[in-house]
Design a protein around this ligand. Structure first.
Ligand SMILES: [Zn+2]
Ligand SMILES: [Zn+2]
Length: 243
């Protein structure tokens, strides 16, 4: 029945949207069964706060030690490794923007499984700086958020949150320094627009969560009721992979 429901939302295309091969077996979100099997999806229990996979449904050691989270919950479709990492790189650095559709669809499906997330009223992508946007030509989180917004039928507020400051690369910094480094990087452009609203914040990759946490801090500061986060991929606990 679930598959019937999915096929209703995502009619099966003739070709897989990831590998472009003819669809031989049933897939999900326009992605063939073979490609789905190759994706490191998170199907196990996960941390209630950051969404990283855990052996039991609980909070992870990183979240237990975290002083303050401004978002309610984060969930991830899969791990930032293997095929998922490959497709994120193809999207971002090889500018294969056609991948936003199947990847964003996987995120929307993941959201339909979580009650907390269903209540979100507006969808907001994590913004990139104008300089980076000019260089890349697009914001990958906006492309993913646009697909999610369309499937969930929730308005997309793409200009509501702006990145006003480009910061040093985060990967070499400690958790504490990451937060400091991001202070003042984001601004809400129309104060009042978010008052009392439940926000769904969309990003491509979650590492320490500093970026989405800082965005959530700014969104909450401008009156949002709650911020939930969906990302395509998260790094495993204690992993120091670079974005
Ligand atoms: Zn495929
Ligand atoms: Zn956690």
């Amino acid at each position: 029945m679930y598959r019937g429901f999915l096929n209703f939302i995502f009619p099966e295309p003739l070709h897989c949207k990831l590998c472009q091969q003819p669809m031989r077996s049933h897939g999900v979100a326009g992605i063939c069964g073979r490609c789905i099997e190759r994706l490191p999806l998170i199907n196990t229990s996960a941390c209630r706060v950051c969404g990283k996979p855990l052996y039991i449904q609980s909070t992870c050691s990183e979240c237990d030690n975290e002083v303050l989270y401004f978002y309610e919950r984060a969930i991830a479709v899969g791990l930032y490794e293997g095929a998922i990492r490959h497709y994120i790189h193809r999207l971002k650095y090889y500018k294969d923007i056609s991948l936003a559709e199947p990847l964003g669809s996987l995120m929307a499906i993941r959201l339909k499984e979580g009650k907390d997330f269903y209540q979100s009223e507006v969808v907001i992508p994590v913004p990139i700086s104008p300089k980076k946007k000019e260089k890349r030509g697009f914001n990958q989180s906006y492309l993913l958020a646009r697909v999610i917004s369309r499937i969930l039928k929730k308005p997309l507020l793409s200009d509501c949150l702006k990145r006003v400051k480009d910061t040093r690369a985060q990967s070499s910094l400690s958790r504490q320094d990451r937060l400091k480094n991001l202070r003042g990087a984001f601004q809400v452009t129309i104060p009042g627009q978010l008052r009392g609203k439940e926000v769904l914040l969309v990003d491509d990759v979650y590492t320490t969560g500093s970026t989405v946490n800082e965005c959530a801090r700014v969104l909450m500061g401008s009156g949002a009721l709650k911020v939930n986060v969906i990302v395509l991929a998260t790094v495993a606990l204690d992993s120091n992979l670079k974005r």
